[in-house]
Structure formats: structure tokens, C-alpha cells
Ligand binder design. Structure first.
Ligand code: TRP
Ligand code: SF4
Length: 519
């Protein structure tokens, strides 16, 4: 599917907002407007951090869902597009909570106590008891949010930089403690947030009640702007003023054209415009942005089930991506849901597990782009299905230019054989799996046959001696860098045939789940 090709080649971005209700101009300019722009160049994940909301609203959670929906409607109205970005609800993806818990095992208390927002917020939000474990863990939950998707960039405002820094420290500690590279260190994409003053002259903030909502109807926006404070400027209209000290002047700077701005600068300082008219101009500039958002929100509110359904669907999609990370993490903590290496310890032999492997409980992997699914399936196969006397290793610290490159890299067996493990590319053909194998020298191919509606995974371990002739033949007729086309076909229920580059196929029943060649 071409879509997934595009998706995975773009750098990944993740950001979230706590559900505090409808968004105001400050939220829009400081974050959302930037997110809307990022959607085309990045693979974006945007989520509503309802679990984070509970760290402060635990005593009265009654409005969390309403606010979640309010945020979602404003996002969609402002141009976040579920066709381009994955937009979801944090609590619907239980992997956030799981990774947070596992991170809590390795995070020193001091790291959390030192985060500046911890003490500050505790002092500021005096009406709430924030001497809780959950509130202390707020930034660690945020680290889990970010690292769960292995995001490279986190678009946030200045106030969140310390949290991204903690995230980097957690990633570093995890990677070095377990000698892996599971977590890339994310970078903050700083959103320059222009100064936006609320209607009363203080910083625009929901809690001050001085905010202008991005989806408020134009008449209300206009009323608020017209009644806005001028911060003591031009008490008498004959007084000259300074638009740099007036909240209305700030609105112009953010929302009006340069021409309008220079006009206002001039006329305010010379007292040649009445504040009343200056405000009407500002209101028009603001409404040029908010009116389409308000209109769209009005339409969306007409059928909120559609939005909720979208959030649920996208949350499942996000969970499939999150699960990919969690599989590696659970393996590292030896918490994988399959017997895995313990089976190896008890000496299960290849004879005991001759059958295909049941993968029905992983059908959500089909939500992933093909290359991500391929990696996951390969790692899953390696850590769960091999008998104990088989160890396939991998150079753990190599960094690859792309996932496709990484997938071409062979594993190395105990006898130094190069083992290429690959998954079928197509999803639709009945009883037929197609593979593309780079024409590099591997001593063993392992073909993992699995299809979307399939319960069973069939794995075939194909040693070189079986395919060397056909391989040589195929190679001769191939251009450089071309891949060898390999097909596994199932006939009469349970017989499997292998065909290479269209040549006669050969029965490979005895190669199914037969791990001898990997020893
Ligand atoms: N703490 C962020 C805020 O208050 C919200 C948030 C939670 C977040 N998880 C995140 C932002 C992950 C970026 C990435 O704005
Ligand atoms: Fe503020 Fe405009 Fe009046 Fe100047 S003219 S003080 S910018 S409202």
C-alpha cells in the first residue's frame, strides 16, 4: 500500500494536550496551528492526555470525558486531519500506563523531584492536594507517551522542554541499562508562542476566564475584542497610545496583516483612530481565523458519535503501533506473553512444536504499515518460537538508514550461518505467500507465512543447499539490486510448495518449524 510507504519514511512526531475543555487563541497559536502544518511533512501522533488530567483532577473526574471531546472537536475543526494523522485518546491505549509503570522501575526519585514544574504547580494549584504519587510521576507518564511511539520530535512550548529533557534521560538510561537501542532520544520542536493577552490584560488562560475560544461564534469573539482592556492606554481618545502595551495591539500582531499593523502603529501613536475602530479591525482579523473553525465545529457537534468513533478507531491504530514497542520492552523485562525462552529452558524440541503457530491474538498487527509489521513479526518469531538450543544473534548497536535496510540484515547462528528472516508482503492471496529476497548471500532463509485473516503463522526454515541451484539460476537472469521473487503455496489443505523466481516448485512440508538448520 503506497500510503504506508510514505508514512514510514517521514520522521515521527508526537504531541499531546491535557483535556481542559475548548481551546483558546493561545492554545491555537502556541501549538495547534503548528501541528496542523506538521501533518504533511511528518508521521504525526496527536493525543488527548486524559490520564494526565487525572493527576490533578482525580478528586472530581466528572468532566474529563466532556473535555476530551471538546478538545477533539476543536482539533478537527482547526484542521487536524484523521486521514493524515493518528488522533487518539491516551487512556484508550493501555500501553501508555504499562510503559509508565515499567519506567517507574528504573527512574530515580530525584529526577522527578527536580523537574521544575513539580514544585511550581504544587504551589500554584493550592486548591488541590498534589502531594500524590501520580502527580510526581506526571513527567514520567509523558516520557512513556513519547517513547512508546519512538518519536523523534515533540512539538511543544517552552514550558514543556524540561519534560522532553527528562524523556531523553529515561531513554538513555533504559538503552544503556539493557544494552539496546529501543528508544531514540526525542527532540523538542519548539513552537514559538507569541505573546497573547487575555481580554483583561493578563496572560490568556482558561483559569483567568479571560480567554477567547477558537471555535466561538464570530459575534461573541467580536464582543470580547470590543470590550477588551487597552491596559490603560488612551483613556481619552485624544491621548496618543502605544500599541505595544495594549492587548488589542497584540491581537493585531498575531492576526492582522503587516499593512494593517503599520497603520495601527501609526494611528494609535498619533491618536488618529478611535480604539473602538481599532478593536473592530482586530476582531475582523481574529474572526478570519476563528470563523471557519467555529463553522466546522458547529457541523461536527451535529454528530459527535462520528468523532467519538474516529477517536476509538484511531486509538486502536495507535495501540497497534504502541504494541510494537511494548513487545521489545516486555522481552527485555522477560514479561513476554508467550513461553519464549522459558520454553527453551525446559528443553522443548523442534519435534514438540512441529505445528504452525497460533497468532490470532495479534490480529491488530495488521493495522501497522507493512515494514513495521515485518520487523515485529520477525522479532516475535525469534524470541518466541525457537527451541532452546537455537540462538540467533544480531549486532545490537547498529543503526540502519531505513527499516527496509534493517530487515535485509541477517541474523547469525551459533555456527556463524547468515540467516535471513522475512515475511510475506501481500495480504490478499488465498493460500499463497509472496516474498522478496535481496540477492545477497544468506545461508538460510526463514520464510514467515501469515495473512491478515489467518490464525496460523507457518514458518519455513530453508537451508541453502535446497535452493542453491535455483538461486544461481535466478541470479543470472536478474538485474543488479533486483530482488528474488519467492512463493510459498499451500495445496490440499496442508502441503506447502516453494517456488523461486517462477521456477518449478518443491515440497517443503518437512521444513515447517524445523529449526535444525539454525543450530
Ligand atoms: N504535559 C503536556 C502539557 O501540559 C501534555 C502532554 C502529555 C504531552 N503527554 C505529552 C505533550 C507528550 C507532548 C508529548 O501541555
Ligand atoms: Fe489599543 Fe488600538 Fe486603542 Fe491603540 S488604538 S490603545 S492599539 S485599542
Amino acid at each position: 500500500m503506497p500510503e504506508s510507504v510514505i508514512l514510514t519514511s517521514r520522521p515521527r512526531v508526537l504531541s499531546g494536550m491535557r483535556p481542559t475543555g475548548k481551546l483558546h487563541l493561545g492554545n491555537y497559536m502556541g501549538a495547534l496551528a503548528n501541528w496542523v502544518k506538521l501533518q504533511d511533512a511528518y508521521e504525526c501522533y496527536f493525543f488527548i492526555a486524559d490520564l494526565h488530567a487525572l493527576t490533578t483532577d482525580y478528586a472530581d473526574p466528572s468532566r474529563v470525558k466532556l473535555h476530551t471531546l471538546d478538545v477533539a472537536l476543536d482539533w478537527l475543526a482547526a484542521g487536524l486531519d484523521p486521514e493524515k494523522s493518528t488522533i487518539f485518546i491516551q487512556s484508550h491505549v493501555s500501553q501508555h500506563a504499562e510503559l509508565h509503570l515499567l519506567f517507574s522501575m528504573i527512574t530515580p526519585l530525584g529526577w522527578l523531584e527536580r523537574v521544575p514544574s513539580y514544585k511550581e504547580q504544587q504551589e500554584n494549584l493550592t486548591g488541590k492536594d498534589l502531594s500524590t504519587y501520580g502527580f510526581l510521576g506526571y513527567p514520567l507518564l509523558q516520557a512513556a507517551d513519547i517513547l512508546l511511539y519512538q518519536a523523534q520530535f515533540v512539538p511543544v512550548g517552552q514550558d514543556q522542554v524540561a519534560h522532553v529533557e527528562l524523556t531523553r534521560e529515561v531513554a538513555r538510561r533504559f538503552n544503556s541499562m539493557y544494552k539496546t537501542v529501543v528508544f531514540p532520544e526525542p527532540e523538542a520542536l519548539l513552537t514559538p508562542s507569541p505573546k497573547l493577552t487575555g481580554t483583561d490584560g493578563r496572560k490568556m488562560s482558561k483559569s483567568y476566564g479571560n480567554a477567547i475560544g477558537i471555535s466561538e461564534p464570530p459575534a461573541l469573539v467580536a464582543k470580547k475584542v470590543v470590550e477588551m482592556s487597552t491596559n490603560g492606554q488612551r483613556i481619552r481618545q485624544t491621548d496618543p497610545g502605544d500599541p505595544d502595551l495594549c492587548p488589542v495591539g497584540d491581537l493585531h500582531k498575531v492576526f492582522s496583516s503587516p499593512e494593517m499593523n503599520s497603520l495601527i502603529q501609526h494611528r494609535c501613536r498619533n491618536a488618529t483612530i478611535r480604539c473602538e475602530f481599532c478593536k473592530i479591525d482586530a476582531a475582523n482579523s481574529v474572526c478570519a481565523v476563528t470563523q471557519p473553525i467555529s463553522d466546522k465545529r458547529f457541523r461536527l457537534e451535529g454528530e459527535i458519535e462520528g468523532t467519538w468513533e474516529m477517536l476509538r478507531r484511531m486509538s486502536v491504530k495507535a495501540a497497534a503501533r504502541a504494541e510494537q514497542t511494548m513487545l521489545s520492552v516486555r522481552n527485555i523485562f522477560d514479561l513476554s506473553r508467550d513461553l519464549g525462552s522459558v520454553r527453551r529452558y525446559f528443553g522443548t524440541s523442534a519435534e514438540d512444536i512441529k505445528n504452525a503457530h497460533d497468532l490470532s491474538h495479534h490480529s491488530d498487527w495488521w493495522m501497522l504499515p507493512q515494514d513495521q509489521r515485518a520487523k515485529l513479526l520477525r522479532d516475535y518469531w525469534r524470541s518466541n518460537f525457537l527451541p532452546r538450543d537455537v540462538q540467533l544473534s544480531q549486532e545490537s548497536n547498529r543503526v540502519f538508514a531505513s527499516l527496509d535496510r534493517e530487515l535485509e540484515e541477517p541474523f547469525i547462528s551459533a555456527k556463524k550461518k547468515r540467516v535471513f528472516v522475512t515475511t510475506s508482503r501481500d495480504v490478499n492471496t488465498e493460500d499463497k505467500w509472496n516474498f522478496e529476497i535481496p540477492s545477497r548471500s544468506y545461508e538460510v532463509w526463514t520464510l514467515l507465512c501469515w495473512r491478515s485473516e489467518n490464525k496460523w503463522l507457518h514458518d519455513f526454515v530453508v537451508p541453502q543447499k535446497i535452493f542453491s541451484q535455483q538461486f544461481a539460476f535466478a541470479k543470472r537472469s536478474m538485474k543488479k539490486d533486483e530482488k528474488i521473487q519467492v512463493t510459498v503455496t499451500r495445496v490440499e489443505g496442508n502441503h506447502f510448495f516453494l517456488g523461486i523466481a517462477g521456477q518449478t516448485s518443491r515440497n517443503i512440508d518437512e521444513l515447517q518449524s524445523n529449526y535444525e538448520p539454525l543450530k
